[in-house]
Every structure is written in C-alpha cells, then in structure tokens.
Design a protein around this ligand. Structure first.
Ligand code: COA
Length: 260
C-alpha cells in the first residue's frame, strides 16, 4: 500500500507507523487521517504483525494537531467529515484486536493527543508536551478529545486542560495518568519496541479478548460490563492457547502459543 504522509515499517512481529510531515510538525490533514485508518486496517489483517507502534517523524513532534492551514477558512459542513473521519480511525484503533502503543516523541497536541488517547498504551519522551489547545483557536476538539480525556484523567483535570489549552509536560502527563511511562528521548522508540515485542509474545486471542472486554465494557453499566467480560472469558475456552498456557504451567515449560 502506498502512502504520502505516513510510513509503515513491518519488522515481524511488530509494525511502526510514523506520521511523516515533519515540516508541519506532523499535523494531520484529511489525507493523513485517511492513510492512518488504511494502515491500521492493513496491519490488523497482516498475520506478521501482532503489535503496533504509532509515532511521529523528527525529534520535535508526535503530531501537533489538525493541519490548521488546511481547515482555516472552511465551513462546518466541510469540517464535519474531517471530524467523522477522525472518529472512524480512532474507533478502528480501539476495536482492532492488536495492541497499539503511542511513542510520543514531542508535541502531541489537539488531534495528536486525541490519536494518542485512542492507542492502548502511551509512552512519552521527557521532552514531550501534550495538550488540547483548540480553545485558543476558538474551537473545541473534534477527534474525541472531549470524550476520551475525561475518561482517562477524570473530568476535573480534563476541564483544566481543555478550558486552558495549556500544554503539559511528559512528567505531568504521567502524574495524571495520561501517559504510562516516560523515557529519555533517545530511548523512547527502543523502549516502545521492547514493550511491543513483549505484547506480541502474548497469546493473541486472550489479548484480543482483553481489549474487547476493557474497551467495550468501559462505557457500560457494571452489570453489562460483567456480562461482556463473561462472554470474552468464555471465548478463551474455545481457543487452543488456554490448553497450551495451562499445560505449559503444569509441565513447567515455556508456552508456545498459537500463531493467529
Ligand atoms: N497545523 C499546521 N501547521 C502547523 C501546525 C498545525 N497544527 N503546528 C505546527 N505547524 C507548522 C508551523 O506553522 C510551522 O510552519 P512554518 O515553518 O512554515 O512557519 C512549523 O510547523 C513549525 O512550527 P512552529 O510553530 O514554528 O514551531 P514552534 O516550536 O515555535 O511551536 C508548537 C511548536 C507546536 C507549539 C506550535 O507550532 C503550535 O502551537 N502549533 C499548533 C498546535 C495546535 O493548536 N494544534 C491544534 C490544532 S486544532
């Protein structure tokens, strides 16, 4: 598949998607958002890939938001498809079976923070800066920021960040639970790869069941979430990985999980 704005590097068992528009700090135009959706769908179908990293080209930015030059001057009816495209892509990311790690190597602002929040795990470099600065443009987030930020950090802190538009440091993002781990810039990608390889070695069916139970159960009532958990739990019994994992435990050997 050919892309103009991103690169996709597959190195079995992981893949790295890099947003590659460094001249505009990897800002997302409509074409880039579409390419990201196509890349995630392609990697979901690729049996060589079991975990995915998303990052940004260059040393300065993960993604500095939507491309302001592209959307400036447009009217709402032209921009609603952009927001919907963003929602579609982030839903692809959340509903696919494979884990996605954001390696936040600099600014993750606006749509960049929103894309990172749709990843399963977020690692950041010490120089990363995160935020939802849309308010400073007379705008609000349109790719899920008003919904995912409160879910990740709580409504009070989400209000503080959304209302002020402030950029926060990687350390503060770590303290509020917006990023999982922080590394020196030169170690970020290696650490993300190490973790991706670790997840790629997990039984993929059980991992998919975990992602389904957590992502789909999160917004439901506890009772409905528990029903979903039971369905996913039961599905583990219809997969050979459970026999292999428990067999390896009792035989005191390393498990060799199914390749799917
Ligand atoms: N859309 C389009 N272009 C962008 C951009 C965006 N979201 N963010 C940065 N750029 C471009 C700049 O216009 C600049 O282009 P130029 O060299 O042709 O002038 C280039 O990227 C470098 O950015 P610059 O602003 O010069 O770097 P900086 O280090 O001074 O500041 C930021 C970095 C991220 C703080 C600043 O670029 C910024 O605030 N960007 C917008 C963030 C934003 O509001 N995102 C949400 C959009 S909805």
């Amino acid at each position: 598949m050919e892309f103009n704005n991103i690169t996709v590097e597959i190195s079995k068992p992981i893949a790295v998607i890099t947003v590659n528009r460094p001249k505009v700090l990897n800002a997302l135009n409509l074409e880039t958002v579409g390419e990201l959706g196509a890349a995630f769908s392609m990697l979901e179908a690729d049996e060589n890939v079991r975990a995915i990293i998303m990052t940004g080209a260059g040393e300065k930015a993960f993604v500095a938001g939507a491309d302001i030059n592209e959307f400036r001057g447009k009217k709402a009816p032209e921009m609603i498809p952009f927001a919907r495209k963003g929602h579609d892509v982030t839903r692809i990311m959340e509903s696919m079976g494979k884990p996605i790690i954001a390696a936040i190597n600099g600014y993750a602002l606006g749509g960049g923070c929103e894309m990172a929040m749709a990843c399963d795990v977020r690692f950041a470099s010490e120089n990363a800066r995160l935020g939802q600065p849309e308010i400073l443009l007379g705008l609000i987030p349109g790719m899920g920021g008003t919904q995912r930020l409160p879910r990740l950090v709580g409504l009070g802190i989400a209000h503080e960040l959304l209302y002020s538009g402030e950029h926060i440091t990687a350390q503060r993002a770590y303290e509020i639970g917006l990023v999982n781990r922080v590394f020196p810039p030169d170690q970020l990608l290696d650490e993300a790869k190490k973790f991706a390889i670790k997840l790629a070695g997990m039984p993929s069916h059980a991992l998919k069941m975990l992602k389904t139970a957590t992502n789909n159960g999160y917004d439901q009532t506890l009772d409905n979430g528990l029903i979903l958990e039971t369905q996913c739990f039961a599905q583990c019994w219809s997969h050979p990985d459970l026999e292999e994992g428990t067999g390896a435990f009792v035989e005191k050997r390393k498990a060799s999980f199914h390749a799917d």
